[in-house]
Design a protein around this ligand. Structure first.
Ligand SMILES: Nc1ncnc2c1ncn2[C@@H]1O[C@H](COP(=O)(O)OP(=O)(O)O)[C@@H](O)[C@H]1O
Ligand SMILES: CC(C)(COP(=O)(O)O)[C@@H](O)C(=O)NCCC(=O)O
Ligand SMILES: [K+]
Length: 280
């Protein structure tokens, strides 16, 4: 095991989805921490991490992650982390955390990625002084659209299939849909374009509907933040004003990390001022 330097405050943040593992190493467990290194790995390649991307990585003091993949994947990720003396902590959605109140019937049954992204969204809005209702869209393997009111109450959200799952479902459920990816067109006139446009409009339409629901509920225009590996694919076709934000989940993980490890990190920084810098 690689020992951690006594005053090291590094945080390794993990976002394990159903398709890819995203990781980021920060110099401190705080929003705005300096990003030291980051990367992505498809789940089938997790076994390469310890001997590959993470081989030369500075040993993290803390490991905090969100995971929505199954127990098997979690075990494989944990094996790759064994080289360091930092047992991973996996976020489990609570009834409330970091200024967000969880409206789910069973708070812990909410996907941890959805919870962490909402905490990241809230942190981002408050940091720029915007206390407004917010729609959080994540376009990954699945698509999720969450509604938060201006006070940080998560009212509820929807789950729909992502682009890939929609196409595979149609391919396997019909006789005549086996065609290459097409283009998004207002009035598709071939099967490829019809499928690609259908999936894109389904997602854009779902977001529009949740945005309308939230505006009607709050009597105020929501902010819409969109993230996820396939967010860029949706960007040209959205019908509500939105911002494409990379790393909303990492913002959320840093916010949760501040609550969990911030005190310890501050104490270490006080012992060695150079470790964190005077600004923090
Ligand atoms: N270059 C790319 N590499 C991987 N996935 C991509 C790429 N471009 C778009 N995608 C889409 O992004 C999805 C993965 O996004 P991601 O946010 O990592 O998902 P998850 O969190 O569910 O693992 C894939 O399902 C795919 O549709
Ligand atoms: C909805 C999800 C499958 C999204 O997964 P992803 O696309 O990020 O891989 C995931 O958040 C999940 O498994 N949620 C648990 C059920 C729920 O949130 O209600
Ligand atoms: K995700």
């Amino acid at each position: 095991m690689t020992p951690v330097a006594p005053h090291d405050t590094t945080l390794l943040a993990l976002d394990v989805g159903n398709t890819r593992l995203k990781w980021a190493l920060y110099d401190a467990p705080l929003p705005g921490a300096r990003l030291l290194a980051h990367g992505v790995q498809f789940l089938e390649n997790i076994e390469t991490l310890a001997e590959g991307d993470w081989r030369q990585l500075r040993a993290p003091r803390w490991v905090l992650g969100s995971i929505v993949a199954g127990a098997g994947v979690r075990h494989r990720v944990e094996e790759q982390l064994e080289q360091w003396d930092a047992p991973p902590q996996w976020v489990v959605p609570r009834a409330q955390e970091a200024g967000v109140v969880n409206g789910y019937d069973h708070p812990a049954r909410l996907g941890s990625d959805r919870w962490v992204a909402m905490i990241g969204a809230r942190q981002r809005l408050l940091a720029r002084g915007q206390q407004r209702p917010c729609i959080v869209v994540m376009v990954g393997t699945a698509v999720t659209v969450e509604a938060l009111d201006a006070d940080g109450h998560f009212l509820g959200g929807i789950i729909l299939p992502g682009h890939g799952i929609m196409l595979r479902a149609l391919e396997s459920g019909t006789a005549g849909l086996h065609v290459p990816t097409g283009d998004v067109r207002p009035f598709p006139t071939n099967t490829s374009d019809a499928l690609t446009s259908g999936g894109t409009f389904a997602i854009a339409g779902a977001v529009q509907r949740m945005w309308d629901n939230l505006r009607a509920h709050c009597q105020q225009d929501p902010v819409c933040l969109m993230t996820g590996g396939a967010g860029w694919k949706m960007a040209p076709y959205m019908t509500v004003p939105f911002e494409l934000v990379e790393g909303l989940i990492f913002d959320g993980l840093l916010t949760i990390a501040r609550e969990r490890f911030g005190m310890a990190a501050a104490a270490m920084a006080a012992a060695t001022p150079s470790a964190l810098g005077a600004a923090r």
